[in-house]
Design a protein around this ligand. Structure first.
Ligand SMILES: N[C@@H](CCC(=O)N[C@@H](CS)C(=O)NCC(=O)O)C(=O)O
Length: 341
């Protein structure tokens, strides 16, 4: 894998530490549309350096990436499609990093800057940039720079800062549940969201077994909890569910096989499976899921994990099959109920 060092695109960086454990890099661009208060759920500040405006901000995403996917699901649930635009990179990533290949199904050109590679956006934002070129990227078309490339924060901005421009009345960071939402997002990050990568990229048996053990302990805990609680933070749908969804939807097709997270499938955990189907069936969500991009990306890009680049075919789940979540109290906001769609 390649990355920038002082604005130079250089070969090979170590993704694991000396114990063979996967180390995810800290993200660099951490500005807030609407100002820092948005992080705590405050209304956006009109005098912020990056003020909230329709049509000004743009997302660069990969449909394969679970972190980028969080921003797409949030944008869809809130109905922000006409407010924040999106371009989609090629799911296959080689030594040039993420690339725009509009001729490929599901991919777009860079409609904002006309770049061929996403890395051009990073050096346009910071000519001396050091670090990886990751998705998602929230781009400001007016200042011509990256606002933020940390999915958790972009998700919060779309939810809170852009709420006034949303076409659906959906609040994924509801007052009264905020501490719990933050707590759950943090709790699931290491063992689950990043846990699948810690298992898949482990360079030693010990690191792999530790990651898989922690992953399935956490999944089993949530499976039990979701037996009598509708969503992760209680009876309301929140950002924590978006964060969980993008890992669960990839699990059986990719993480189970490619990353050796094969203790059991999500479809074999009854509550997680029904919970996953409910989230998939919320308005706008299915349209954000591209299983071809997801499988192509993982199986062909990580040649150290899968040298022959053969894409596993299974298991072909039907995420539209009925779920049993209506037996529990709570439910999605009215704006997401089938009658309102
Ligand atoms: N902390 C970041 C992580 C994003 C991330 O690691 N994205 C991956 C794709 S799933 C990527 O772009 N990797 C490219 C690389 O590491 O070179 C976030 O949550 O936004």
């Amino acid at each position: 894998m390649h990355q920038f060092v002082d604005g130079e695109w250089v070969a090979e960086y170590e993704a694991t530490n000396e114990d063979g454990e996967f180390d995810r890099q800290e993200t660099t661009f951490r500005n807030w549309v609407g100002g820092e208060g948005v992080r705590e759920g405050e209304d956006p500040d009109p005098d912020a350096a990056f003020p909230v405006e329709a049509g000004r901000y743009h997302l660069y995403v990969s449909l394969a990436c679970p972190w980028a996917h969080r921003t797409l699901v949030t944008r869809a649930l809130k109905g922000l499609e006409d407010v924040v635009s999106v371009d989609v990179v090629d799911p296959y990533r080689d030594e040039d990093g993420w690339q725009f290949t509009p001729e490929k199904a599901g991919c777009t050109p860079d409609t904002v800057n006309g770049f061929d590679y996403l890395r051009e956006a990073y050096v346009a934002a910071d000519p001396d940039y050091t670090g990886r070129v990751t998705v998602p990227v929230l781009w400001d078309t007016e200042k011509g720079t990256i606002v933020n490339n940390e999915s958790e924060e972009v998700m919060r901005m779309l939810d809170v800062a852009f709420d006034g421009l949303a076409t659906r009345d959906v609040d994924l960071y509801p007052e009264g549940d905020r501490d719990e939402v933050d707590r759950v997002i943090e709790e699931i990050y290491d063992p689950i969201n990043n846990g699948v990568y810690r298992a898949g990229f482990a360079d030693s048996q010990t690191a792999y077994e530790r990651a898989v053990g922690e992953l399935f302990d956490a999944l089993d805990r949530w499976d039990a909890l979701l037996g009598d609680q509708r969503y992760l933070a209680g009876d309301r749908l929140t950002e924590a569910d978006v964060a969980m969804f993008t890992t669960l939807i990839r699990f059986d097709d990719v993480y189970h096989t490619h990353f050796k997270c094969n203790v059991r499938k999500i479809a074999e955990s009854p509550n997680l499976w029904n919970y996953l189907k409910e989230l998939y069936q919320l308005p706008g969500v299915a349209e954000t899921v591209d299983m071809d991009h997801i499988t192509e990306h993982y199986y062909t890009t990580h040649t150290d994990v899968n040298p022959k680049r053969i894409v596993a075919v299974g298991p072909d789940h039907d995420f539209t099959a009925p779920h049993d979540r209506d037996r529990l109290g709570g439910g999605p906001p009215g704006a997401l109920s089938p009658a309102d769609d």
